[in-house]
Design a protein around this ligand. Structure first.
Ligand SMILES: Cc1cc2nc3c(=O)[nH]c(=O)nc-3n(C[C@H](O)[C@H](O)[C@H](O)COP(=O)(O)O)c2cc1C
Length: 239
């Protein structure tokens, strides 16, 4: 592929920034599903170089191939590039991270956790330099007022945004954009609503910061499949 930079040993190649939509389509078409799924991860360290809005639009278009409950398609995506909004969301993130990160540092001290903490710290500190934030939202609520609803109501509601978010992350990975799924900048939904001008019927669910990936994607740590796979009843192994 044109313009590919040298990968670090064992890591997938890091693609250089581009604003050429044909190149973006080539990258989308030439990345296999397996490659995207196995190499996609939380890439928080990104370059400050601008990301063409047409690329973000295309990625969201691909994200919309995802399923939603009853095919309601009640998703909304707000693309944030304005400095003042990034600053305000960044302040929310820093506030939430002070609590959450502090707990993480006290509860787990293994090297893998320390690496994640350092990566999140980078993102919190450089939040306003990240070129694009995509705020993924849902219309309608998880609960009907005054009606007892089963827990699948919440599951079906929030489950109507996350498949599209994963599509967005996979597509970002394919084109060489670093992305991550984060929720802490939405610590206060009220503040986020006000900043983004969201009506009360639209709930901000998560943020996907996007920028051209800096450095390598690196290996990721996942549990072995047999640890979480059961046959018929919980605890029965499949193989
Ligand atoms: C629902 C959800 C919320 C998350 N919120 C945050 C967040 O606020 N900040 C952050 O840095 N990462 C957040 N993450 C990212 C996880 O930390 C990340 O996916 C996990 O550490 C695995 O990373 P890896 O794919 O690079 O191995 C969130 C992930 C999920 C699924």
């Amino acid at each position: 592929m044109a313009g590919m930079t040298e990968p670090s040993a064992g890591a997938p190649p890091v693609l250089p920034p581009t604003d050429d939509l044909d190149e973006v389509e080539r990258r989308l078409a030439s990345t296999s599903l397996l490659e995207a799924m196995t190499t996609q991860r939380a890439v928080r360290r990104v370059l400050p170089d601008p990301v063409d809005e047409r690329i973000v639009r295309r990625l969201v278009e691909v994200a919309l191939e995802a399923p939603t409950g009853s095919n309601g398609q009640n998703w909304e995506f707000v693309v944030v590039t304005e400095q003042a909004t990034k600053e305000a969301l960044g302040r929310q993130y820093a506030r939430a991270w002070k609590v959450y990160g502090g707990l993480g540092r006290r509860m787990r001290t293994d090297e893998q956790t320390r690496r994640i903490l350092r990566s999140v710290e980078w993102q919190v500190e450089h939040f306003t330099e990240i070129p694009v934030l995509v705020v993924c939202c849902l219309r309608g609520g998880a609960n009907l007022p005054f009606l007892p609803v089963p827990s699948i109501a919440a599951s079906s509601h929030y489950g109507s945004v996350y498949p599209s978010v994963q599509n967005l992350l996979l597509a970002a990975r394919a084109v060489g954009l670093g992305g991550s799924l984060i929720t802490l900048p939405l610590w206060s939904a009220t503040v986020a609503r006000r900043l983004l001008g969201l009506p009360f019927t639209v709930e901000p669910c998560c943020v996907v910061p996007l920028g051209w990936a800096k450095g390598r994607y690196g290996p990721k740590a996942r549990k072995p499949v047999d640890e979480v796979l059961h046959r018929g009843r919980y605890g029965e192994t499949l193989t």
